[in-house]
Design a protein around this ligand. Structure first.
Ligand SMILES: [Fe+2]
Length: 304
């Protein structure tokens, strides 16, 4: 075989191997991340917050379902689901079954666009120069987002889609504010705008997509901790470099994990946790150098 043909053949084999690894192995190699967040009043007992996001459930994902089912053993005091939970019309009941006893714990949820609209095939390379916000031209939701939300709300989880409320968890009185997904222009911060309650033990802001302009508003209103998903951590990362895209306005350095918002500024700006999420669109079923994850945040007293 001539050298150029040999190089092409090798590249094809390497590409096939990488795709097989990313779609079969890493996409099912679930990770539980842990982080401490110094965000509580002095003297508070630690509180365990389980952050779930971007499950994108299709009914056949039995490994994912059984991994989610195992998370109740962590005994979280509070569960927060930042959306994109389903990717199929038949996914609501399997998801609720996987949540199982987690639904008996205090919880909060918001929707992502994929809870409303079924996935459509597209060129994943478009993410390199544009976000998905400009490619959603459908107007009529076709997934059972209302059934999903009603079920979580019936279990006692707070619906924080353009809403505020109060949750008791782990002995804390938590004020919660949240917005619907900004990528489909359903976020309406004006509905929840206003100063937070200084007598609450914690002020928690929840959203699907970590858009800086919306997070600026949460910060100005005095929220202590912001939780978001949507980015999938970049989903396909370059080893040694990191995420190529965030699919929203946040910069790649804060594509996932625990940071502050704004990234630079005063010592009292809120903490921000962005989950890389547990799933993918069924039309882009790969994760590379970016394992699917859930995070157990241990909230502890502020330092100093
Ligand atoms: Fe997602």
């Amino acid at each position: 075989m001539r050298a150029p043909l040999r190089a092409l053949a090798l590249a094809a084999v390497a590409g096939g191997a990488a795709f097989g690894y990313a779609s079969i192995l890493e996409r099912n190699w679930f990770a539980l991340r842990r982080a401490d967040v110094p965000v509580l009043p002095a003297g508070s007992e630690p509180v365990r917050l389980l952050h779930l996001s971007d499950i994108h459930l299709t009914p056949g994902r039995h490994r994912l379902l059984s991994w989610i089912r195992s998370l109740d053993a962590l005994a979280p005091d509070l569960v927060v689901n930042t959306g994109d939970s389903i990717a199929h019309a038949q996914s609501v009941q399997p998801l609720l079954d996987a949540f199982g006893p987690l639904l008996d714990r205090p919880g909060v949820f918001v929707y992502g666009s994929n809870d409303l609209y079924s996935p459509v095939p597209g060129n994943p390379l478009l993410y390199l120069w544009d976000t998905s916000a400009n490619r959603n031209h459908r107007h009529v939701p076709d997934l059972p987002w209302a059934e999903l939300g009603a079920s979580m709300a019936a279990a006692g989880w707070l619906d924080a889609n353009n809403g505020r409320g109060r949750v008791k968890a782990g002995g804390l009185d938590i004020e919660v504010g949240g917005v619907h997904d900004s990528h489909i222009r359903r976020a309406c911060y004006e509905d929840i705008a206003g100063p937070t309650d200084p007598t609450a033990d914690l002020r928690l802001g929840v959203m699907h997509s970590p858009e800086p302009a919306i997070m600026d508003q949460f910060a100005a209103d005095g929220y202590d901790l912001l939780l978001a998903g949507h980015t999938h951590g970049g989903q396909v990362r370059m080893p040694g470099y990191g995420a190529l895209v965030t699919n929203c306005g946040i910069e790649p350095a804060r594509v996932s994990g625990l940071h502050r918002h704004p990234a630079e500024g005063s010592a009292d700006r809120p903490w921000l946790h962005v989950s890389a999420g547990l799933g993918t669109s069924p039309w882009a079923p790969v994760r590379f150098a970016c394992r699917p994850e859930a995070t157990l945040l241990t909230l502890v007293p502020r330092i100093g």
